[in-house]
Structure formats: structure tokens, C-alpha cells
Design a protein around this ligand. Structure first.
Ligand code: CP3
Length: 344
């Protein structure tokens, strides 16, 4: 089928006059309507598992801004929860989970076949969204990449240097590999179900890929992504896949080819000019405006947005931030970015 949606055309490798645009964390705390719906749900996790309200918050930034894509409202830590980890969020601090320190901790986790029991409401959200989104808007599903998810499952929380995961990897590689393999298998089933429910593309978030060096990067960022993408392509050959090895730096080079990803999402640690010469030569790229411009706005925002659009405009490009928008962002700056990208 020839694609008419801008986001899908860019993912297929087409160079467009103006790039499609969406934003990581576009449904989030910088929007008053998000805060209202989250309050109605009670808390963040209840919001994720309430399909009606999760659909509502996914649609809010589409109504307000007319983004070219909507990303399913959920979290990368729902898969660990579905695998049997305890999960809760401490307001103002972030996620907390049960930890994995021994084989016994790992053995308590569930089989991959059991995850859907917990994740069914997420698939319901995807189905609802695929019915309710405007016809020009692409629906994105997502999951965390195995290394990033493992860093939370092992440490039981976010860590500045992913120390506990590195330690387990170095001291008990046999156990660490079991963790990675379980998440890899779970991610394949989770993303397959999202695609079956109506996700038109899926994105694999490897937020901590940058802390893997040398052979570790190949083994724990590249290889799991390659496995997941191969399995998804075997089942859903027409669904494009976006990989986000955040912080990969030089290792962005060749990542799409090596993993089979249709698009790589760039963080703001690489310049758009370098990315055009070294990454976009292999296909579609997404990114990569610094999120802080959504707080500071002004002429700097306009100049940097134009710079990215110019540098990446000669090939397939999806405009996005380099990481998620933060709660202190000004919603008017988001409009300014969109108007600048669309040349208004
Ligand atoms: O992009 C989107 O809008 C889709 C929804 C989405 C969320 N989290 C909602 C969310 C997506 C794609 C994620 C991915 C995610 N979650 C990642 C990878 C991307 C990244 O940001 O690097 C990670 C590492 C997580 C785990 C997670 N979830 C953390 C560390 C936190 C706390 C930090 C924070 O921003 O508060 C969350 C909470 C979270 N996930 C919120 C949202 C909207 C904020 C929750 C709230 O409303 O209080």
C-alpha cells in the first residue's frame, strides 16, 4: 500500500518538503490537561492501565498541536511489572522496582507467555487510538530495549551510571544474560501485540545505551535490538521500526544497517550536520532538538530548529527532540517549534 501519512512516508525513506513532527513525552506534565486527567486516574500507573484515560492523554497533544504522530501512553517499566517485578512510582523521584541480585530473584519472575494478562489494557489503548486518531496521524507503539529495562530491573530504580547492572554483567554474566534474554523475548511478544492492535510503527527506547562501551555495546545494545527487529520483521514485515540507542555517539554509525531498523532516533549529543553525513546516508533519522529549548524558547529555539531542518532536509527526516520534553516546558514554545518546522 502506498503510504499517505507523512510520518510513514518518511519511515519508508522518502524525503519530504517539510518533515513530520512529534515529540517524546508529548503527553506529559507540561500540559495542564494531562495533569487534570492524571488526577482523575489517581496516579501515573493507574493512568497507564486505564485505557479510556490513557487514550485521552495520548490524544491531548494531537488536538492541541496537530502532531503528525501519536505515541501510545504507557511506560517501558510495564513489561517488568508484567514479568512479575513489583513496580511503583515515588512522586518527584521516579520509579521503584523489586531488584534482581541473585538467581533466586530471577527465578521468581514469570514466563513470557503470562505477560499479556497484565498488558491487555495497553493493547486496548492501542485499539482505541487506532479508531480515534485523525486519518493523517501515525500511531507509534513502543517498548524499552533490554539493556535499559535491565538497568531498572536489576537496580530497582534509576541510577546515574547504571552501576548495579554493570556490576551484575561483569560479575555474574550467566545471570545477567538470562535477564537480557527474558526481556528480549518479552519485548518481542509485547511489541507484536501492539502491532496487531493497530500500532503502525514501533520504537525501541535504549535510553542508557551510551553507558555500554566496546564489545558490551555490541552484545547488549546492538544484538538484542537486532534480535527483536528480526523477530518483528518475520511476523510483521510491513511495520517500520525506530531504534533509539541514546548516547551512542560514534556508535550511531551503521546502527540501522546492523540491526535492521528503518530509522534511528538521534539524541542531542550529535550535530545534525554530522548525522546527515554519517547516519542519514543509511536511511531515515529522527531528532534532535535539545529539550531545554522547550523551556527557554525565543530566537535560539527558532535558529536551532531551522538548523536541524536544513541539515537533515536533504534526506528522510522526522523532526523530534533529542530526549523527552520536561515538566517545566512552556506549551507555547512547543507551538513555536512546530510553526518553525512547518515554515509558518
Ligand atoms: O513519549 C511519550 O509520551 C509516551 C509515553 C512514555 C512515558 N515513558 C510516559 C511517562 C514513554 C515512551 C516512556 C519511556 C520511558 N519510561 C523511558 C525511556 C525514554 C526516556 O525518557 O529515556 C524510561 C527510562 C522510562 C522510565 C520512567 N518513567 C522514568 C525514569 C520515569 C520518571 C522520570 C520522569 O520523567 O518523571 C517515568 C515516569 C513517566 N513515564 C512519566 C510519563 C509521562 C511521568 C509520570 C508522571 O506523570 O508523573
Amino acid at each position: 500500500m502506498t503510504q499517505t501519512k507523512k510520518m510513514m512516508r518518511a519511515l519508508a525513506g522518502e524525503t519530504l518538503d517539510t518533515p513530520p513532527i512529534w515529540m517524546m513525552r508529548q503527553a506529559g506534565r507540561y500540559l495542564p490537561e494531562y495533569m487534570a486527567t492524571r488526577a482523575q486516574a489517581g496516579d501515573f500507573l493507574s493512568l497507564c492501565y486505564n485505557s479510556d484515560l490513557a487514550t485521552e492523554v495520548t490524544l491531548q497533544p494531537i488536538r492541541r498541536y496537530g502532531f503528525d504522530a501519536a505515541i501510545l501512553f504507557a511506560d517501558i517499566l510495564l513489561l517488568p511489572q508484567a514479568l512479575g517485578a513489583d513496580l511503583w512510582f515515588v512522586t518527584g523521584e521516579g520509579p521503584r522496582l523489586s531488584t534482581i541480585q541473585s538467581q533466586a530473584d530471577f527465578d521468581k519472575l514469570k514466563d513470557v507467555s503470562e505477560i499479556h494478562e497484565t498488558l491487555n489494557p495497553i493493547y486496548d489503548t492501542v485499539s482505541k487510538l487506532s479508531r480515534e486518531l485523525p486519518s493523517e496521524t501515525t500511531l507509534i507503539g513502543f517498548a524499552g530495549a533490554p539493556w535499559t529495562v535491565a538497568t531498572y530491573m536489576i537496580a530497582g530504580r534509576g541510577t546515574p551510571d547504571q552501576g548495579p547492572a554493570h556490576k551484575l554483567k561483569d560479575e555474574n554474566p550467566a545471570l545477567f544474560d538470562q535477564v537480557i534474554d527474558l526481556i528480549t523475548a518479552g519485548t518481542i511478544e509485547y511489541l507484536s501485540k501492539q502491532i496487531e492492535a493497530g500500532a503502525e510503527t514501533v520504537k525501541l527506547f535504549d535510553s542508557w545505551a551510551g553507558s555500554l562501551k566496546g564489545a558490551d555495546f555490541d552484545k547488549y545494545a546492538l544484538e538484542p535490538a537486532k534480535k527483536i527487529i528480526a523477530a518483528l520483521k518475520a511476523r510483521h514485515p510491513d511495520t517500520p521500526i525506530i531504534a533509539f540507542p541514546r548516547g551512542a555517539g560514534e556508535r550511531y554509525v551503521g546502527f540501522a544497517k546492523a540491526t535492521g531498523a528503518d530509522c534511528v532516533a538521534l539524541d542531542d549529543g550529535v550535530t545534525p550536520e554530522w548525522a546527515a553525513d554519517n547516519i542519514q546516508v543509511d536511511g531515515c533519522v529522527q531528532g534532535n532538538l535539545k529539550s531545554s529549548h522547550m523551556v527557554t524558547g525565543g530566537q535560539d529555539l527558532v535558529n536551532e530548529t531551522r538548523r536541524i531542518v536544513d541539515a537533515l532536509g536533504k534526506g528522510p527526516h522526522i523532526f523530534n527532540l533529542g530526549h523527552g520534553i520536561t515538566p517545566d516546558a512552556d506549551p507555547e514554545n512547543v507551538q513555536l517549534m512546530i510553526d518553525t518546522v512547518r515554515g509558518k
